[in-house]
Every structure is written in C-alpha cells, then in structure tokens.
Design a protein around this ligand. Sequence first.
Ligand code: NAD
Length: 244
Amino acid sequence: MSDSSISKLNCALANSRSVLIVCGAGTSAESGVPTFRGTTRSWWSGLLGYPILLVFGTPWGWEWLPWLVWPLFRIFMRRTMRRAEPNAFHELAVRLHDAGKDVLVVTQNIDGLFQRAGLPPQNVIEQHGTVQTNICSRCLKPVDGDAYCGACGGWPRPAALLFGDRWFPEADITPALKMSHDTVVIIAGLSGMVSSADPILNARIGRRDGAHVFNINPLPNRYDGPRIECIRMGCAEVAKKINL
Ligand code: NAD
C-alpha cells in the first residue's frame, strides 16, 4: 500500500510545477523535536503534561511565572529546537524548490527547520510564529533578543502562538489559496487537533479538480479520507524515497 502510494507521490511530484506542503509537528519528529500528540514521548506526556502545558503553553505562565518558565524553556525546549538538524523531509522541500518547482510550505511548527534546510523564508508561512524571536508578554510588542520590553518593561516570551493567546502571528495564507488548481498538496505530520490549516485544506481538498493530495503520517488522523492518498510512514522516511 505505502509502496504504491510512494510511487504515486514520486510520479505526481515529477510532473508537478507547484507543491503545497501543509505540515505540523510530525515533520520535525525525525529531527528529534517531540510532537505534541502522536508517536513520540514528549514534554507534554505523562502526569506532569498538563501542568507543563499550562505553564509553557499559555500566556498565563509567561506573564506570571517568567522566572520559572524562562530557564526551563531555554534549557529544554529552545535548545532542543535550535540543536535539531533538518531531516530528509525538510530537505525534500529544498530539492523541489531547487528543481524549479513553485514550493510553498505552510507550517504550524515554530522551529524554523525548513528555513535552516535552505528554503527561502518567503516560501514558508509560519502560522504559529517562531521560537527564534520574542515579543513582550505584557504589551505583545516585538522585543530584542531575550531582553525586557523597551516599551513597558515586561518580560519577553517567544513569538509563538500559545493556547488561549490574545496575540496572533502575521501569517497571510493568500498565496496558499491562490496556487494553481493542479498543485500537488502534501499534508504531513499534522494531527488536525489544531485547526489552523483548515481554511487552506478545506479550500484545496474541497476543490480537488485534478489536484493530488497526499497525507503522510504514521497514525490515522483527521485528514484521512476518500481520494486522499494516505502514506502511513514517517515523513523523512518517505522523503528519502523521492527521486527528482
Ligand atoms: P501534533 O503534535 O498535534 O500532531 C503531530 C502529528 O504528527 C501526529 O498526528 C503524529 O502521528 C504525527 N507524526 C509523528 N511522527 C511523525 C513522523 N515521523 N512523520 C509524520 N508524521 C508524524 O502536531 P500539530 O498538528 O502540528 O499541532 C500541535 C501544536 O504544537 C502546533 O501548534 C505546533 O505549533 C506545536 N508544536 C510544534 C513543534 C515544532 O515546532 N517542531 C513541536 C511540537 C508542537
């Protein structure tokens, strides 16, 4: 099943002029960055998961417990993401781009691994922001490095979307909606429990006029469905089988 699906993906990519990659935490799993849900044990697993999520995953922790959150975030999460190396899936996006295809990545990831693999920043839409830069946890204005806010003196926090946030990254998805009707769509490493990608996928999968849609994920997920080619494997593993 996967072998024939991978042949179809190879064929679709070879014949495509444009590729839209809509992806989530799973694309970085094989780089060693734990996913939120799915195959890996992570910072959020086990009994401590919910308290950790409450503190790191909401604006509340960053505003009221910065002395606790900052050192742990630096040591565990940000260091893991900064030390992670792009994997074969990130590199596939670059190979497609270098082969002259119009490649657009829309990602929920905040680790910057597609750009570090060499994909130009203008080809990546970061729907949930990034851990590479910070904003003020109080007035939400951009701040320099890890410094306190120059405007209000508030603590910094990552410019990444948190649960219950009142700040949203500027992520214009219009280019994804405007891609040609025969664009190959790859959904990768996305559980679908966070619905940021839905406006794009509803528009593209709903239309499906000639488009090929592939869903790469070792586990069943919300994007499985008729006329979508499901590849039940890790995305780096799949990317290694793509010959351009
Ligand atoms: P998720 O954690 O909810 O789901 C991850 C999905 O990836 C699961 O469906 C899982 O089965 C799949 N997966 C696991 N290993 C895979 C692999 N090797 N190849 C392909 N798929 C694999 O992720 P989400 O849907 O992106 O939403 C979670 C939220 O957590 C997002 O807001 C995201 O920003 C954030 N997050 C980001 C990172 C990151 O930047 N690397 C890491 C963890 C969480």
